[in-house]
Write a protein that binds this ligand. Structure first.
Ligand code: AMP
Length: 223
C-alpha cells in the first residue's frame, strides 16, 4: 500500500506522567482519530513475543528509549495502513524521529496537524507515575491512580474486570531513568516544533477534565 495522502498526523507531546495517554484516549473519541501510542504498540510486540518485542523488552523495562529506526519503522507501517487522521501519543520522542516523520509525511503527501504539549512541572510527574495502575487487558487499557483515580475494587478494572498492573517502567527507579532520557531528548524536540503555527501548549497541572477542555478547544480550532 502506498498510503492515503489525505491523512493528517497530530501529535501530543508531554513527559511521562503528563497525562497525555489519558487525554489522547478522550481526544480520539471526540475527534474520530486513530490513537497511535508507540508505547502501546511496543508493549503489544513484547506481549506477543515478536522479534522487535524481544529486543525492546529489556530496554523498556529500564526506562530507556527503543532505537529510532525500530520505532520509525513501526509507526510508518501503521501510517501506510491508516484511513483516518491519527493522534500520536509518545511519538516522536527524539529530534531524529521528528525529522524522519516530517520526511515520511511529505514523501506520502500526508500533513502534520496540531502539535500540542501537555505541560506539567517535574515535581508533579513522579507521584503521578509511581501511583499509576493500568488495565492488563491491552484492548481496554484503562488508566487509574491509587490516590487520584482508584478503581472501585482494589486491583480490578472498573470497565472490563481484568486485573490491574503496575507497569515495570512505572517504578520510582525506572521513572528517574525515563526522566533522564526525556530531558536529554525533549528540548531539541520542542525546539523543532515550538515555532510552528500549529504548535500549542496547555497547562497539564490541572484536573483532567479542565486539561481536556483546553485540548478540545485546541483540536477543535483545526477540525
Ligand atoms: P510510554 O507508554 O509512551 O511511556 O512508552 C513506554 C516505553 O516504550 C518508553 O519508556 C520507551 O522505552 C518505549 N517507547 C515508547 N515510545 C517510544 C518512542 N517514540 N521512541 C523510543 N522508545 C519509545
Amino acid at each position: 500500500m502506498s498510503g492515503n495522502a489525505n491523512i493528517v498526523a497530530n501529535i501530543l507531546l508531554g513527559a511521562p506522567g503528563s497525562g497525555k495517554g489519558t487525554q489522547a484516549k478522550r481526544l480520539v473519541e471526540t475527534f474520530s482519530l486513530t490513537h497511535l501510542s508507540t508505547g502501546d504498540i511496543l508493549r503489544d510486540a513484547v506481549s506477543k513475543g515478536t522479534e522487535i518485542g524481544l529486543r525492546a523488552k529489556a530496554i523498556m523495562a529500564e526506562g530507556k528509549l527503543v532505537d529510532d529506526d525500530t520505532v520509525n519503522g513501526l509507526v510508518f507501517a501503521r501510517l501506510l495502513d491508516e484511513t483516518s487522521d491519527v493522534l500520536f501519543d509518545g511519538y516522536p520522542r527524539t529530534l531524529q524521529q521528528a525529522q524522519a516523520l516530517e520526511d515520511f509525511l511529505s514523501s506520502k503527501g500526508m500533513a502534520l496537524g496540531s502539535v500540542v504539549l501537555v505541560d506539567v512541572p517535574q515535581e508533579v510527574l513522579e507521584a503521578r507515575v509511581v501511583g499509576r495502575r493500568v488495565c492488563s487487558n491491552n484492548a481496554c487499557g484503562a488508566i487509574y491512580h491509587l490516590e487520584s483515580k482508584p478503581p472501585k475494587q482494589a486491583g480490578v478494572c472498573d470497565l472490563c474486570g481484568s486485573p490491574l498492573k503496575h507497569r515495570s517502567d512505572d517504578t520510582a527507579e525506572a521513572f528517574q531513568s525515563r526522566m533522564g532520557e526525556f530531558h536529554s531528548t525533549f528540548q531539541p524536540l520542542l525546539g523543532f516544533y515550538k515555532h510552528r503555527p500549529n504548535f500549542r501548549s496547555v497547562d497539564g497541572n490541572r484536573a483532567p477534565e479542565l486539561v481536556f477542555e483546553s485540548l478540545r478547544h485546541v483540536f477543535g480550532e483545526r477540525a
